[in-house]
Design a binder for this molecule. Structure first.
Ligand code: ZN
Length: 203
């Protein structure tokens, strides 16, 4: 499986980091070793001094495909979860400044935490999914899928022009505003439509 991630997919988040609104999706990847299995502890990585959380909706790919047309894209994912794209912001800033790839900042071990997947049923309103993150019980991020610059179908279609999608792949669809730092001892709780779906304690 592979983990595909989208950057700058919410205008308010692009602005908070001083980035332009992209005219096509910003794509990066994480390897399988980045997946934080549930009930596995998350340890603060020793190479960073500025670890950020990014709360995101995550899609589960259920069908193999390539060059998927947008009108057919919804057949290729059938589950949704809330996840955290952990980012070593200091390393990322350094990479951006030097024009280097982001992997050291984004794709390290356990940097992709994913909660339990919920099946996307026809009555599940794909276009209006609320999600949020609480840092030590205080809400710091709140998003709605309706505010995405590129919606799920256009992301799946665009990604599949470059990377064939396979059953079991997952797609992090971008973070809304409110990203911030977390430190050892912090507890991060993620919610999908008000239901708690993921807890990560930083050790
Ligand atoms: Zn992200």
């Amino acid at each position: 499986m592979k983990i595909i991630c989208i950057g700058r997919n919410y205008a308010d988040h692009a602005k908070e980091l001083g980035n332009e609104i992209p005219d096509e999706p910003v794509i990066f990847m994480k390897p399988k070793s980045a997946l934080l299995q549930s009930h596995t502890p998350f340890y603060y990585p020793e190479f960073t001094n500025e670890l950020h959380y990014e709360c995101e909706l995550v899609l589960r790919v259920c069908k193999n495909g390539k060059y998927i047309q947008e009108k057919h894209a919804s057949n290729y994912y059938n589950g949704i979860a809330v996840g955290i794209d952990f980012t070593a912001r200091d390393i990322q800033e350094e990479c951006k400044k030097k024009g280097l790839p982001w992997e050291k900042a984004k794709a390290f071990d356990n940097s992709a935490a994913v909660g339990k997947f919920v099946d996307i049923t026809p009555d599940f309103k794909k276009s209006k999914i609320n999600f949020s993150l609480k840092l030590n019980q205080e809400e710091v991020q709140k998003g709605n899928s309706a505010d995405m610059i590129f919606n799920f179908d256009s992301l799946v279609s665009h990604i599949s022009n470059y990377f064939s999608l396979n059953i079991g792949d997952i797609i992090f669809t971008g973070t809304p505003a409110g990203v911030g730092e977390c430190v050892v001892g912090d507890v991060l709780d993620c919610y999908l439509n008000a239901e708690q779906m993921l807890t990560v304690e930083v050790k």
